[in-house]
Design a protein around this ligand. Sequence first.
Ligand code: DC
Length: 215
Amino acid sequence: MPGPARVIAIDGPAGSGKSTVAREVAARLGLDYLDTGAMYRAVAYEAIRRNIEPDDAERVAELARQLELTVAAQVMVNGTDATVEIRSPEVTRAVSVVAANPQVRHEMVLRQREWAKAHGGGVVEGRDIGTVVFPNADLKVYLTADDGERANRRTKEMLDRSYDQVAAELARRDHLDSTRAASPLAIAPDAVHLDTTSLNAEQVVERVLALLSQP
Ligand code: DC
């Protein structure tokens, strides 16, 4: 018999290992996994595609409310598979402004809560999951890693960018994500903080699973 709906919130900055860890924890627990960053990326992608300026708050908010969006192994945006395109440097540059738009956040948070209801809980990854989206999550984990290590990890993923470019881009996004007015990146008081700098993904997954089995 399935257990009660469980939500596991995994937050942290880019390159902290969130996606790899969240996906694997979900697989081991038989839960679904939601990448909420992909939702903000999808809004930024569609804005660019329609020639809407990312900082045109009203038009981008309207676009977000109208967006047909499914985020799973594939990211479908208004009927188009945008799984690869939402990771492009152009979208990455635009997404922080879109994610700072309070109306866009409001819409995405509603959809994230609906997703969890429909999926019987899940492992949800982002920046404000433990603080805003699911303040009553069963477990909140906040992952960090040294700036240099995060840039190293991202450089390995992005074959066409140098370490310096990636490090500068990460620093810019960290700054925007943590200083914006609406739901800035922050650690929830009841989150478990894990520094992943010297851990591999498997070690982080095991620590998260161990936290769940604690009484
Ligand atoms: O995790 P990511 O790099 O794909 O996230 C893309 C952007 O979206 C990033 O600038 C932070 C933002 N984001 C957010 O503000 N809130 C979330 N829950 C998830 C991502």
